[in-house]
Write a protein that binds this ligand. Sequence first.
Ligand SMILES: Nc1ncnc2c1ncn2[C@@H]1O[C@H](COP(=O)(O)OP(=O)(O)OP(=O)(O)O)[C@@H](O)[C@H]1O
Length: 325
Amino acid sequence: MPSAVDTPAHDPAIDAIIDVRGLTKTYASGFQALKGVDLSIRRGEIFALLGPNGAGKTTLISIVCGIVNASSGTVSADGHDIVRDYRAARSKIGLVPQELSTDAFESVWATVRFSRGLFGKPRDDAYLEKVLRDLSLWDKKDSKIMALSGGMKRRVLIAKALAHEPQILFLDEPTAGVDVELRHDMWEMVRRLRENGTTIILTTHYIEEAEDMADRIGVINRGELIVVEDKATLMRKLGKKQLALQLQAPLEQVPDALASYPLELSADGQTLVYTFDAQAQETGIAALLRRLHDHGIDFKDLHSSESSLEEIFVSLVRKGREVRA
Ligand SMILES: Nc1ncnc2c1ncn2[C@@H]1O[C@H](COP(=O)(O)OP(=O)(O)OP(=O)(O)O)[C@@H](O)[C@H]1O
């Protein structure tokens, strides 16, 4: 399927820290979870990978992190092929998985030290202390993991992922089931990591999270990347604006003479909504208002709104389904 936005997902001109080419994955069941994904992640960016349930997000991340084998295609992390040069590639990457699978009987401190050791990194207690302080976990360093709240456990997963000083951090649904306050703390922390030069790739179902945080957005649907774009460009290119006019007197229907305008009348006949392209130079609003006036349609109030990333996302995924139908 052609990309809805014509920026190539793989761009040799950019300084890519992760390079994915022609990646496919067919599980033993015969299910094809990835159908030829090309993607370059820029060094130092926050990249949000969006997609409905079962789209292939976790499969993609798991392949890059060496947990799942690809069926075909290649991936490199900071220049290291993830198969041929597995250790070097993996040492560049930290993964915060969706599921909490940390040893409940260990202390926080033992857990992060162990994680660092796994990557053969020399002991550096000062670094680990900083990681725990940044995650507001320092006063819990001697607590057993099982004695922590869900939000704290999630932060321990992040501390574990950062223990070996990775340059790339994958966060798979970092804020699922996390309360609003903690979610905002997490966003703050992710931004701080990025300021320190870490490249962040996150998957999320909270689209406002991507809208708020990401530099670029990729949308994956049924194993295909359907869009990769700068967030701002995506919203500009695919966003729609709407002008809602609250009428002085209700209408029964849009007059035939205005049929050529993309107008919708609310069920109560009180509001006319005009949808226009956010990118267009000529919005057509002035002409529309004149026509309304000519037809004796007056309004008492008006307001405009822009589509959210959520609306753009839903329409992209829906379009993908229509193309296949
Ligand atoms: N081990 C497996 N064997 C067979 N099919 C699998 C396996 N793991 C995942 N799948 C299937 O591959 C597809 C993609 O799954 P994946 O977990 O990558 O999706 P996701 O985008 O991360 O979804 P979610 O948002 O629900 O976490 C799904 O249809 C899933 O059922």
